[in-house]
Design a protein around this ligand. Structure first.
Ligand SMILES: *Cc1c(COP(=O)(O)O)cnc(C)c1O
Length: 403
């Protein structure tokens, strides 16, 4: 090890957030609700700000993005046993949210550009009868949202977006999370706003918002939420939703609020590092990088690349060589899930045999995280470490050029 940047370094907590947290601690009012509030809680302020940021009527702050996806599916009417479509390139909490409801993930193929395959989506919707799609903009890769919206409309599919990697990203000028019935965001330390844990759901649907507010544990104090559906909607749902205690705490909201204005500068920093590393890797014939459509304004806090044609043994040797040189690379083709990384065969309740192409793509797919503040020299060092390890495999004569 040594010499190369710590790729796992999370975004810093700004000084303003530290001061706000100290002031909040001094009041001891840490719970999400107060019986006699004197002013809006930090959670309520965050909900208003976030709804404005995404351009939706309601935001419901929760304890994780996993909870936000669970609440979005439930509020959209998914019941135990229902099939739920999802792209077969994602993180464990996504099939986990489907399992949480007792529903059944129906995996959909992906393309080499790491986005959902529209033809397979149409085919799987028809063959499974699924009426819901939980779409991950996984690792920041956004599919053609215009084509997707048209397909969902034509097939009667209700869309929920997992935007854990796309806070600050847009498709054709529109923020992710504002295309579907609900958008779900993560404030986990590795994402674009770092509060340790945390999530938020954004929607225009008053019934979905009302259920999320009540299920997340508002007691009968939901009037204190930042964005509340009309009283007739709340009156309908308030005796029909169990309390699951999934709401965000005031401490988390106080950490998050001062980070919202920083998102554009963070995105610029991540994209500069991403673009520099990706451009350098593209020069090496052993790597295949996803193409990025022009309509996508990404927020790329990681870099993905494949080594097409490499065997599992070669991939393992590549990963070991890169890690030995001090760069924490992740590989989606491991037999068992490793750290944060998993793939279709690992997901409970999912049938990986439905997505042979997604499995083949992930068998040679790697990923590196990008911390904020990398210098150009550090970016080049990371790319060179990857290229050097790939060149050793190249000499073995079995890695083919770009697909
Ligand atoms: C991190 C992540 C989640 C879950 O976020 P949590 O807040 O940890 O529950 C969901 N989807 C993707 C793609 C993620 O990377």
């Amino acid at each position: 090890m040594g010499g190369v940047a710590d790729l796992g370094r999370p975004p810093e907590i700004p000084g303003e957030a530290l001061a706000d947290v100290q002031a909040l601690l001094a009041t001891a009012r840490l719970h999400r609700y107060a019986e006699s509030p004197t002013q809006p809680t930090p959670v309520a302020v965050l909900e208003r700000a976030f709804a404005g940021l995404i351009g939706r009527r309601y935001a419901v702050a929760l304890n994780s993005c996993g909870s936000a996806m669970f609440m979005a599916l439930k509020g959209a009417g998914v019941c135990p046993g229902d099939p739920v479509l999802m792209n077969a390139f994602t993180l464990g909490p996504v099939p986990g949210a489907v399992d949480h409801i007792g529903a059944r993930p129906v995996l959909v193929e992906i393309t080499e550009d790491l986005t959902i395959d529209m033809d397979d989506l149409r085919a799987k919707a028809r063959s499974s009868g699924a009426r819901h799609l939980l779409l991950s903009h996984m690792r920041g890769h956004i599919c053609d949202m215009d084509a997707l919206a048209a397909l969902c409309e034509a097939e009667g599919i209700s869309l929920i977006e997992d935007c854990a990697h796309t806070l600050g990203a847009f498709w054709a000028g529109q923020p992710t999370g504002s295309f579907g019935r609900a958008g779900c965001f993560s404030f986990q330390s590795a994402k674009h706003v770092n509060t340790g844990e945390g999530g938020i759901l954004a929607t225009d649907d008053p019934d979905l918002a009302a259920q999320a507010i009540l299920h997340s544990g508002s007691y009968m104090l939901y009037g204190q939420n930042g964005t509340v559906p009309p009283s007739e909607v709340m009156d309908h749902w308030k005796t029909r939703c169990a309390n699951y205690s999934l709401r965000m705490s005031n401490l988390v909201a106080a950490l998050a609020l001062p980070q919202l204005p920083l998102i554009p500068e963070r995105v610029a920093d991540w994209n500069a590092s991403h673009d520099r590393i990706a451009a350098r890797l593209a020069l090496h014939p052993g790597f295949a990088l996803p193409h990025r459509p022009q309509a996508e304004a990404y927020a790329q806090s990681s870099v993905q690349f494949r080594l097409p044609g490499a065997s599992a043994a070669q991939m393992a040797r590549f990963v070991a060589a890169v890690r030995n040189a001090g760069v924490m690379v992740k590989w989606f083709g491991t037999e068992l899930p490793e750290g944060y990384t998993s793939s279709p065969p690992h997901w409970i309740g999912a049938d990986a045999s439905l997505v042979p192409r997604a499995c083949a793509i992930q068998a040679t797919l790697c990923d590196i995280r990008i911390p904020l503040g990398l210098s150009a020299q550090e970016c080049d060092q990371i790319a060179d470490t990857l290229m050097k390890a790939a060149s050793v495999l190249d000499k073995e004569g079995t890695i083919h050029g770009r697909a």
